[in-house]
Design a binder for this molecule. Structure first.
Ligand SMILES: Cc1cc2nc3c(=O)[nH]c(=O)nc-3n(C[C@H](O)[C@H](O)[C@H](O)COP(=O)(O)OP(=O)(O)OC[C@H]3O[C@@H](n4cnc5c(N)ncnc54)[C@H](O)[C@@H]3O)c2cc1C
Length: 500
């Protein structure tokens, strides 16, 4: 069958691209190997409990946020009920246990209270961030052609250039040299998966702005409501969406232009443009039929570092988690102020020490659980290498053991937790791989190191004419907001290509 464009993968990036193209009157086919849309960002149900498979909170979803605006512009917003989020989170460190307000000015007050000797430096640090955001927006939203922006960069966007060369540790230490300060300011590093000593300051600051500079929201019923609505809209625009349809091959012609895709059950679909939201490694080194190009990409991509994976425990509780002491919907537990050391705990599978992120979605939306009950998500970063070689029996045993260990660690803060559990589901790095085909269960695409972030990150264009990439493996990176932007850029390129 012939289409204008085929989109492989109904994750955030793919859905965004398919929606834009279909809205522009293009006949699109969106294919996903899973039975539901959303990729990592799905919602699942067990015995009356609804769980977010991964998402904790989405930046850009507040009233003025980019994600909200996109949904509103595409008639999705009116199908969704947003719940505006309070900005508080509990953070525990070896000598600190406090509630942080995820709001710029209030967070500054908290930092100055904890580090009074650094008060002036904290003002300078936040002024530097504000300057960066101002210049970054001028760069991103300017109508100048990219080549001109790059020529003008040393004059107009010097702060962006300077910051894009630094790790977040280097950037913060230009102002405040204190390990505890660094730990608390970068507490959300887990949302990026790369520790501060290697994490791109540019990427960190964009994520930081998403949480500390603007309010955000949750979606009543779970984030997958958004993706179901996007599928509905794509179909309404006259395009096709098929689930349980894995693409195994992208066929090109002798001019290195995309021709058609082949699915696992042998169906073939033709299109002039293909956008792949499947992971970049699979797309460029496996699905592509051009052996020479695959070899080139294999060499190029094998030198890139992948992000880490995760281990998650989903608990259905007999009572609300708030009754156990979960007073805020977000809660991080850190055994060290050194996030690099913490990252090593995760890499080595030291589940007694790795940091934990707790999320109580049912505190925001009680409709997610049966009346009077509660839920809790416990997440820690984890490496695929800790799980990949286990046989089925070893795997199941370890899964249970690690889940029990994390629950007993959380019980220190939420006494009575284990007795309140009604049901439990567990996801390991192997689960991440199984449900999204993400290479080694990487949860954030390529790691956001300085050399792999910003303009250094894999872009949406490929060497194959008509083939584009969207999603966490590409620019700007992981997260609903970033993947949406990647999907917009990929759609834009595909539309221009189709006009030629
Ligand atoms: C544990 C965890 C916590 C997170 N927390 C947050 C958070 O709080 N806030 C936030 O904004 N983000 C969060 N994220 C990140 C966010 O969920 C992801 O970055 C984002 O959803 C990735 O979207 P994507 O476009 O890259 O697509 P993916 O989610 O990677 O989906 C890719 C899709 O492609 C499909 N596919 C793959 N191969 C094929 C094939 N061959 N043929 C057909 N289909 C294929 C897959 O089935 C999948 O549906 C979290 C992620 C994880 C894992």
């Amino acid at each position: 069958m012939d289409y204008d464009a085929i989109v492989i993968g109904a994750g955030v990036g793919g859905l965004t691209s398919a929606l834009i193209l279909s809205r522009q009157g293009k006949k699109v086919l969106l294919l996903d190997s899973q039975p539901v849309p959303g990729g990592y960002a799905t919602t699942f149900k067990r015995k009356g409990f609804t769980f977010e498979s991964s998402v904790h909170c989405v930046d850009g979803l507040g009233p003025d946020g980019d994600v909200r605006k996109f949904l509103d512009d595409n008639e999705i917003g009116k199908e969704i009920e947003f719940i505006e989020l309070g900005s508080f989170a509990r953070m525990v460190y070896p000598q600190d246990d406090f509630v942080a307000d995820f709001e710029r000015d209030n967070f500054m007050v908290l930092l100055k209270g904890k580090f009074p000797q650094e008060s002036a430096a904290i003002d300078r640090l936040f002024r530097a961030m504000d300057k960066f955001y101002g210049q970054f927006d001028n760069f991103a939203y300017s109508n100048l052609p990219m080549w001109l922006k790059l020529i003008l960069a040393p004059f107009l966007y010097l702060q962006v250039i300077k910051i894009s060369r630094k790790t977040v540790r280097e950037f913060i230490e230009d102002y405040v040299k204190d390990d505890k300060f660094l730990a608390i300011v970068t507490d959300i590093w887990r949302f990026t998966g790369t520790p501060p000593s290697r994490l791109s300051a540019l990427y960190f600051l964009l994520v930081f702005r998403g949480y500390y500079y603007s309010p955000t929201a949750y979606v009543r019923g779970g984030v997958s409501k958004v993706f179901e609505a996007m599928v509905g809209q794509i179909r309404k625009n006259g395009s096709d969406v098929r689930f349980n349809a894995a693409v195994v091959k992208i066929i090109t012609d002798k001019n290195d232009a995309v021709k058609r895709v082949v699915t696992g059950n042998g169906e073939e679909f033709h299109a002039r443009a293909v956008i792949s939201n499947a992971n970049a490694i699979d797309t460029l080194t496996r699905m592509l039929d051009n052996e020479a190009m695959k070899k080139e990409y294999r060499e190029e991509l094998s030198s890139l570092e992948k992000s880490i994976s995760a281990f998650q425990v989903y608990l259905g509780l007999k009572i609300p988690a708030r009754d156990l002491g979960m007073n805020h919907y977000l809660f991080s537990v850190n055994m060290t102020y050194d996030h690099d050391e913490d990252f090593r705990y995760s890499l080595e599978g030291d589940y007694g020490k790795c940091s934990l992120e707790l999320v109580d979605h049912s505190q925001i939306d009680p409709g997610l659980v049966p009346e009077g009950k509660g839920s809790l998500l416990i997440m820690t970063l984890d490496s695929y290498s800790n799980w990949k070689d286990l046989n089925e029996e070893e795997y199941n045993l370890k899964k249970q053991k690690v889940a029990d260990m994390l629950i007993s660690r959380v019980e220190r803060y939420l006494p009575g937790l284990s007795k309140s559990i009604e049901l439990m589901e567990v996801a390991t790095p192997r689960t991440m791989l199984r449900f999204t085909s993400s290479s080694e269960g990487a949860i954030y695409g390529f790691a956001q190191t300085v050399g792999q972030a910003g303009i250094n990150r894999l872009g949406q264009e490929t060497r194959v004419r008509g083939l584009y990439l969207a999603g966490a493996w590409t620019r700007p990176g992981a997260g609903i907001h970033a993947c949406l932007l990647s999907g917009m850029d990929a759609a834009d390129l595909a539309l221009k290509f189709l006009k030629r």
